[in-house]
Design a protein around this ligand. Structure first.
Ligand code: SAM
Length: 261
């Protein structure tokens, strides 16, 4: 009997309907799959039933990794490491579909590693990732809503994102205290070119530093009141940060880069 380790965020998915929903969210047949944090292998079994070409799994827990070795023997390739330390681009020879029921305490680092620092030659075909519901709500928030902010702007830059479903605590064992949501990410064919993603982080940090205040102060801080930028992007400084749509933030970042080049 395996005892779940809190420190590794071990809440294992046991709801068959949800497991079914996850593997039906994208094509698996004949695809190379990367599963992060397979745990006791519940989702792994469902993935295998769909006949993938190959499955890699990355599991940090030594005990669970040897368990998976016994359970799946030759069927999967187990990487017993911390996902944050693995270089996926070196590990994988072809584009993969990623499934991750990740521990919530590393979801921000994962987002930073996989999404913010994502190079244009995408290493994945799609990502199917579980997040704490509040985080997922911020990722997919539309402009003019209270959840819209840095996370929405940064995550939607190079990726199309769709919510598959919300998942209650009772789908897991042991039951977590929070609700979860499953999101599907696909690389965009076209996105606004920004030279350095750190600049997008900076521009959004300055604008959303005081999200209830008008745009005037952050705009002046970054652009020194440059009227040409305001006219070009049709920005009204009496609005608030949440009123500017995604593209305006990407274009503002380009203007910020132009100004400094
Ligand atoms: N996917 C399984 C399921 O749905 O039943 C387990 C999900 S559980 C929320 C998270 C899993 O990620 C655990 O198996 C845990 O040991 C593993 N894990 C935690 N931190 C990790 C890390 N940094 N790198 C790789 N795996 C990690």
């Amino acid at each position: 009997m395996i005892k779940a380790k809190k420190s590794l965020g071990q809440n294992f998915l046991v709801d068959k309907n949800i497991l079914e929903k996850i593997v039906n969210s994208t094509e698996i047949f004949n695809k190379t799959i990367l599963e992060i944090g397979p745990g006791t292998g519940n989702l792994t079994s469902y993935i295998l039933k769909k006949n993938p070409k190959k499955i890699f799994v990355i599991e940090k827990d030594n005990e669970l990794s040897s368990n998976l070795e016994n359970k799946f023997y030759n069927q999967i390739t187990i990487i017993n490491e911390d996902v944050l330390k693995v270089d996926e681009t070196k590990l994988l020879k072809e584009k993969v579909t990623v499934f991750g029921n990740l521990p919530y305490n590393i979801s921000t680092e994962i987002l930073s590693k996989w999404i913010i620092n994502l190079k244009d030659n995408f290493w994945f075909e799609c990502l199917v990732l579980m997040f704490q519901k509040e985080v997922a709500d911020r990722i997919i928030a539309e402009f003019n809503t209270s959840n819209y902010g840095r996370l929405s702007i940064i995550c939607n830059w190079k990726l199309n994102i769709k919510k598959i479903c919300d998942i209650g605590p009772e789908a897991f064992s042991p039951k977590p205290k929070i609700h979860s949501s499953l999101l599907l990410f696909h690389p965009k064919q076209n996105f606004i070119k920004i030279n350095d993603p750190n600049n997008l982080e900076k521009v959004t940090r300055v604008f959303f530093n005081q999200r209830r205040k008008m745009l005037k102060k952050p705009f002046n801080q970054l652009f020194n009141g440059d009227q040409k930028v305001l006219d070009k992007l049709k920005i009204d400084l009496n609005l608030r940060p949440q009123n500017l749509n995604l593209d305006t933030y990407y274009k503002l970042t380009c203007e910020y880069e132009n100004l400094r080049s």
